[in-house]
Design a protein. Structure first.
Length: 146
């Protein structure tokens, strides 16, 4: 068994501090039991499409939610979003853009590529924790998954 069945959250974040904060917030509220963290766009696509080091993963075991940063090394978040939403095998995965960008063009492009939500990362620690908690509750507990 590869340990990648029934993944709730795929966290795509290259900043180790932001990733740790998000993971801590989700763990605090018992929402990170089945979380995978990757740190660049290429690794995210490898996970989602079950290739590379994730080739033994079943692509049908989709994450319930992807938390996606936009500014990523190797392949940027917009390209990841476009690839996920343009493939019928993965198009229904909810993708929440969680980024520091407040650029209107990033918001518009994210939604035009199929993002389910666009959240600007709060700078304040407590607000960041609360934002991640609310995202987890909504997308994992309240939202109905296909």
């Amino acid at each position: 068994m590869n340990g990648y069945n029934q993944i709730d959250i795929l966290l795509v974040e290259d900043n180790p501090n932001d990733a740790e904060l998000a993971i801590r917030a989700l763990r605090k509220y018992n929402l990170a039991n089945n979380l995978v963290h990757v740190s660049d766009g290429e690794e995210a696509l490898d996970f989602i499409f079950a290739r590379g080091k994730f080739a033994d993963r079943n692509i049908a075991d989709r994450p319930k939610m992807v938390l996606l940063d936009l500014k990523l090394p190797k392949i940027d978040g917009m390209e990841v979003l476009k690839a996920v939403k343009s493939d019928p095998r993965t198009a229904l995965i909810p993708v929440v853009v969680l980024t520091t960008s407040k650029e209107e063009s990033d918001v518009i492009m994210s939604y035009s590529l199929g993002a389910n939500s666009f959240i600007v990362k709060p700078v304040d620690f407590d607000k960041f924790i609360e934002a991640v908690r609310e995202l987890g509750y909504y997308w994992l507990l309240l939202n109905e998954h296909p």
